[in-house]
Design a protein around this ligand. Structure first.
Ligand code: ADP
Ligand code: MG
Length: 362
């Protein structure tokens, strides 16, 4: 493009500077040879030099004698002494956003005539479109890569979950069943003349059955929250809260009826589950509040405890490979387009808040 523009205008060199809006700076992104080698190495602040002035004001600058122009900034590498005049044009996109600046330099003194300036402004407008499309493309590619990472992470988490369930079935269900078998065998082998021995073995067997059943129920809830299908998210959250309350924590639950997609309900349920498990494991809290509410823009989940708290920055930096709890919360949320905030400080409790926007964000 730079070469095309210089040919068409009879100028000698063309510099293309792009605006980095976040940093408020202009970077030389391309040029006619030999200056193309400097791409990426020259920066100006928006407002600095003639290009910076054009970026700030969004209007062209026609400079026939740059040495008498106070806006001009001499940059040795760009060899300003070799060129007499320049035209600096903004690359403008929608809503008058300046995405870059094109500078055309000529050796001979040159005052760009207005009709030529109008054509050049159209050309730089087109160039602005090209730049914006390229940026959008890069953003899309980055987003796609991120989605891929999510997908593989999800599969990883799934595998981990399966291993956890296998361990749970082994410890929590198979073990009591083995003991149960021994109790029943003992009852069977007992001398019928001592019915109290038989009775005590059967009582033990009954307790083991209850324990195994309870464990199976817990594993099933953990596996696939069937409670969501049967009773809905509200009841699911209540049941999670109940099991925490059984451990002696005072749990206050306020659940509003929310219309959420099934996969979003599952995500919210899992996030609540992990948050409450963390309360049980780490917080030593006396009081926990679980709140699911609808807001104008979507649904909000809050799990707040008054326990020990922690330093999220420290936990984030030393995240262990085997710890998926908080990381899993972030990932589950991201997968359904929700945002998470985990606020905690040692001694001041922990609040996990999740916001699910009603419409999937574009
Ligand atoms: N509610 C909480 N109260 C206090 N500390 C917490 C709480 N939630 C998380 N933490 C801290 O953050 C760490 C990371 O949590 P998590 O990622 O869920 O891993 P895990 O529960 O397996 O340790 C925990 O080890 C704990 O130190
Ligand atoms: Mg955890």
């Amino acid at each position: 493009m730079a070469a095309l523009v210089t040919d068409a205008t009879g100028t000698d060199v063309c510099f293309v500077h792009l605006v980095d809006e976040e940093r408020g700076r202009l970077t030389l992104a391309g040029a006619t040879p030999p200056f193309d080698e400097l791409a990426g190495t020259i920066e100006l602040a928006v407002g600095e030099g003639i290009a910076g002035w054009v970026a700030r004001h969004g209007v062209p600058a026609v400079v026939d004698d740059k040495w008498s122009d106070t806006r001009y900034k001499y940059i040795p590498a760009l060899r300003g002494e070799d060129f007499a005049s320049l035209v600096s044009l903004p690359m403008i996109r929608r809503a008058r956003r300046v995405v870059g600046v094109v500078n055309l330099h000529s050796r001979r003194p040159w005052t760009c005539p207005p009709e030529e300036l109008a054509v050049l402004t159209d050309v730089t407008g087109l160039l602005a479109g090209v730049v914006e499309n390229a940026r959008l493309y890069h953003r899309l590619a980055a987003r796609e890569a991120e989605l891929e990472r999510f997908a593989s992470r999800t599969i990883e988490l799934q595998e981990l979950e399966r291993r956890r369930v296998a361990a749970e079935i082994h410890d929590g269900i198979s073990q009591p069943l083995v003991s149960l078998w021994y109790r029943l065998s003992a009852a069977q082998a007992a001398n019928p003349e001592y019915p109290e021995v038989v009775a005590s073995q059967l009582t033990a067997a009954q307790e083991l059955t209850t324990a195994a059943l309870e464990e199976a129920r817990r594993t099933i809830v953990g596996l696939r929250p069937a409670v969501l299908d049967d009773l809905g998210l509200g009841a699911g959250i209540e049941s999670l809260a109940h099991s925490l309350a059984a451990g002696g924590v005072h749990v206050q639950v306020e659940v509003e009826q929310c219309e959420l997609a099934p996969h979003v309900e599952t995500a919210i349920f899992r996030i609540t589950q992990e948050s409450l498990q963390n309360v049980a494991k780490h917080a030593e809290a006396t009081h926990v509040r679980v709140e699911l509410s609808t807001t104008a823009g979507g649904a909000r989940l809050v799990v707040a405890d008054d326990g020990a708290g922690f330093d999220p920055e420290r936990i984030g930096s030393e995240r262990r490979a085997d710890s998926f709890g908080l990381a899993g919360i972030h990932e589950r949320a991201a997968l359904v387009g929700a945002t998470v905030r985990i606020a905690s400080r040692p001694g001041e409790g922990t609040t996990v808040s999740v916001f699910v926007p009603r419409e999937p964000r574009s």
